[in-house]
Ligand binder design. Structure first.
Ligand SMILES: Nc1ncnc2c1ncn2[C@@H]1O[C@H](COP(=O)(O)OP(=O)(O)OP(=O)(O)O)[C@@H](O)[C@H]1O
Length: 823
């Protein structure tokens, strides 16, 4: 492919003559094909047999493509004949060529040249996918003389502006394309012949709605439109938006038993939130030779776990990919992970979920529950591409299990239950705690990651699956190495919403109605892997391309899928992961995936079941979580005496610090009595402090209110995005998912200046504490200094009278304990 002005070679006249002959021959072949009834068409199996140009055939041969895949067989001929298409086929089934070949051929047959301007637009939701499509276009279009450009964000728009007007084909992300439409003088799409939307359902969803509508307004209505995705839209609204003309729906795998590749072995694992970190750690440690993609909900989680695990060295190279990275770094990581043959783990947000064709990925681990079934399918589809096999593992919280498993089952996704082998679980918690206490910046990142995850759960619309009020926040924080988690206002909001919901549910129940999530027949049975569809060649699997679609059509499909499940369509139980290491880490349930396998454990049910979700319960739990758990944090950490017996840290402190060295030799019963006494007093003091803090808060709130009343009613306005924010503008800042529910940029949810100020002060306090903590560890003379301060709280008999300790002193004690533990 050449740039405009590159000129044709010396053989131009000869080539033009040959081209002209070829074009007229192709036109007549395609004319005949278009006129023939669809079922009588002889579908080519090899690219050489297709009515396409020699240039394209040559490009395909050089790239190593000889035989067509199912989606290519179904889509190529109608697309070459000029039909609008809605193409749906499983992940990794070769959809990219199914639209690239028609793009090249349409322009070739219309004798498109550099003088004709922009003839084809290919829009992709992410930069990496655009890059990948562009690379493939360059390969198969190598012999053609069109100019092609890649327009993605993260680069200087000015540099692109110099070339963009001469391009015949553009591969782009929606934001950057719109930016050129708005800002580049002379940018003209009026002659556009073909528009392609790859991952069409994603591009047409709400996150990109405004941008895509604006783009379509700039395009001519007379054009060919090709839409492709593994989870295709059938929404009439979308089709009207795109002015499709009599589109042909290509769903090659619609009759298949599963919407995912057959060679993809899928399992889900139920674990509590606080077990996830250990799970991830253990997974990496037991899959050192595997190429793994780990999907997390938010950019901050990806950053945090990448930074933390990198320092802990699991023994496998780690990479991360998320939307907040610089473009150069993103591309470097993309190519790096592509080139890795084995033994590498990529932590990523959903930015890597669609379309990316990383070779030889062994495992896709979905550490956080995907938004919905299509999101699951796309993430899992990063492995088992084309004819390769692969494994997918989905981690579900007990509260997510019923809803997500039901949805996957309804969409015929053959995912089986697996359980962790406790013997192979390696804990990372203490290492994380030690790491975070050494690196305050990492601790801060951890707090943000924790908050971002909770926020992402809070913002999920499907409350039947995502219920932030059921999450054990403090325990989760501890498992990440955090001694405390930030207080988040949306958690209160979630509890309020839930309370309101449960009230209305009560009212509904009183009227004899039942909400869907309360329906008694929550599925417990798991589906199993299905036998290969005999009609599919080359190991291709069959799919239900619209699985999990959210519009009314999909409801229909889901109902049909449920019926199919009830009819026992699915085949024998899926083979468990073959690796010995996987066997070791997971105990796969091989026996029929019956009810017992997926039912939550009894204790899980009592904690996370509907009964536990009553409003008053939730409120009580929330309050408990919000409390500063100074005592709890300490109580979770044991210290050891010289004989190695575990002691409560306060007891140790009472022995060593408050009572002096001699007191450490007190009879055990007396020490225990004093400790109990001290604990009661500490509790009393804690209650007093809390009351004082509450009073102070009320006072501040009243002052704020008074101040606000005196101010102008017009607060700072909300600034909406310009719409030129490139593709990031269409994604949620945090999750890289469609920005259906864009969170504010600040994790700690500070809505007003006073709150922001309070947060700043809290942050300063945290930093001060962290500095203190560091000092405590590094300064050998420190023990003496502390001992000198603490006696202000000593009672006359040498015991620790916490009733006279200030909150600061209590904090110092806690830090002292942490310090002692770290040593
Ligand atoms: N006809 C073919 N012969 C051999 N390999 C092919 C053929 N078509 C596609 N491939 C290869 O199959 C892999 C998957 O193709 P592609 O990325 O187009 O899948 P996809 O259906 O677009 O997947 P996704 O839904 O994840 O975007 C790629 O590595 C591609 O090079």
């Amino acid at each position: 492919m050449k740039r405009p002005g590159g000129g044709l070679g010396k053989s131009q006249p000869k080539r033009t003559k040959r081209e002209a002959d070829e074009v007229s021959s192709l036109e007549s072949q395609l004319g005949e094909a278009a006129g023939a009834p669809a079922d009588s068409q002889d579908v080519a199996k090899r690219f050489d047999d297709l009515p396409i140009s020699e240039y394209t055939k040559e490009g395909l041969r050089e790239a190593g493509f000889t035989r067509l895949t199912a989606v290519q067989r179904a889509a190529l001929l109608p697309a070459l004949c000029g039909r609008d298409l809605l193409g749906a086929a499983k992940t990794g089934s070769g959809k990219t060529l199914a639209f690239l070949i028609p793009v090249l051929e349409v322009l070739y047959r219309r004798r498109w040249s550099s003088m004709d301007g922009l003839g084809a637009l290919i829009i992709s939701p992410t930069r990496e996918l655009a890059l990948q499509i562009f690379d493939e276009l360059r390969k198969v279009g190598k012999q053609h003389q069109f100019s092609a450009g890649l327009l993605i964000g993260g680069k200087q728009v000015k540099a692109e502006q110099q070339h963009v007007n001469g391009m015949n084909m553009l591969v782009c992300t929606p934001g950057r394309l719109l930016q050129h439409m708005d800002e580049t003088p002379g940018f003209d799409c009026s002659q556009l012949q073909v528009l392609v939307l790859d991952e069409a359902d994603r591009i047409l969803d709400m996150g990109f709605a405004q941008t895509v509508n604006a783009i379509i307004d700039n395009l001519p209505e007379e054009r060919q439109t090709l839409l492709f995705s593994a989870t295709q839209t059938k929404s009439v609204k979308d089709l009207v938006r795109l002015s499709l003309q009599d589109p042909q729906y290509i769903a090659v795998h619609a009759e298949a038993s599963a919407p995912t590749p057959l060679k993809l072995q899928q399992a889900f694992l139920v674990c509590s939130l606080e077990e996830k970190v250990d799970m991830l750690w253990s997974f990496l440690k037991t899959h050192l030779k595997s190429k793994v993609i780990v999907f997390m909900s938010t950019c901050k989680q990806v950053r945090f776990f990448h930074e933390a695990f990198k320092r802990l060295r699991p023994g496998v190279p780690l990479r991360c990919l998320h939307g907040k990275m610089k473009q150069m770094k993103r591309m470097a990581v993309f190519y790096d992970f592509c080139e890795a043959k084995t033994g590498m783990a990529l932590f990523a947000t959903d930015i890597a979920a669609r379309g990316l064709d990383f070779p030889t990925v062994d495992w896709v681990l979905q550490m956080d529950c995907p938004e919905d079934v299509p999101a699951y399918i796309h993430r899992a589809g990063r492995t088992a591409r084309f004819v390769s096999g692969g494994h997918g593992l989905l981690m579900l919280l007990p509260s997510e299990q019923a809803g997500m498993v039901e949805a996957l089952k309804a969409a015929n996704v053959p995912v089986k239950s697996t359980r962790l082998n406790p013997a192979s679980l390696q804990s990372a918690t203490s290492a994380m705690q030690a790491l975070l206490s050494k690196h305050p910046e990492l601790k801060e990142l951890g707090e943000k990651a924790c908050a971002a995850y909770l926020r992402s759960v809070f913002l999920q619309p499907n409350k039947a699956v995502f219920d932030v009020t059921l999450l054990p926040v403090a325990e989760f924080g501890l498992s990440m190495g955090l001694s405390s988690v930030p207080q988040l206002r949306f958690m209160r909001q979630a509890a309020r919403q839930k309370q309101a919901g449960s009230k209305s549910r009560t009212t509904l129940s009183m009227h004899g109605q039942t909400r869907p999530e309360e329906a008694p027949d929550i599925a417990h049975a798991m589906v199993t892997d299905s036998p290969q569809d005999p009609a599919m060649p080359e190991g291709e699997a069959a799919t239900n391309g619209d699985a999990g679609d959210k519009d009314q059509h999909s409801l229909h499909d889901l109902a049909a899928a449920r019926a199919a499940m009830a009819d026992g369509v699915d085949g024998p139980a899926c083979q468990s992961a073959s690796d010995a290491e996987d066997e070791e880490l997971f105990r796969v349930h091989k026996s029929g995936f019956g009810a017992a396998e997926t039912v939550a454990e009894p204790d899980e049910q009592s904690t996370h079941g509907p009964a536990a979700a009553s409003a008053s319960d939730a409120q009580r739990k929330r309050k408990k979580r919000m409390r500063i758990k100074l005592k709890d944090a300490a109580a979770n950490r044991k210290v050891f005496d010289e004989e190695g017996s575990a002691l409560d840290p306060f007891e140790m402190l009472a022995r060593e610090e408050a009572m002096g060295k001699a007191a450490a030799d007190l009879p055990e019963t007396e020490a225990a009595a004093r400790f109990a006494q001290a604990a009661v007093a500490l509790k009393r003091k804690d209650a007093d402090d809390r009351a004082a803090v509450q009073a102070l808060k009320r006072q501040k709130k009243a002052a704020r209110k008074a101040k606000a009343q005196g101010q102008d009613e017009d607060g700072p306005g909300i600034q909406l995005g310009s719409g030129l924010g490139l593709e990031e503008g269409s994604c949620d800042d945090e999750t890289d998912r469609p920005s259906r529910h864009r969170p504010s940029s600040d994790d700690e949810d500070h809505a007003d200046p006073a709150e922001a100020e309070a947060a700043r002060q809290a942050a300063a306090r945290r930093l001060k504490l962290a500095a203190k903590e560091r000092k405590l560890r590094s300064d050998p003379a420190h023990a003496g200094m502390k001992a000198a301060r603490i006696p202000s709280g000593l009672s006359g008999n040498g015991g620790l009278d916490v009733g006279t300790l200030t909150l600061a002193d209590q904090e110092a004690i806690a830090l002292r304990i942490l310090g002692a533990q770290a040593r």
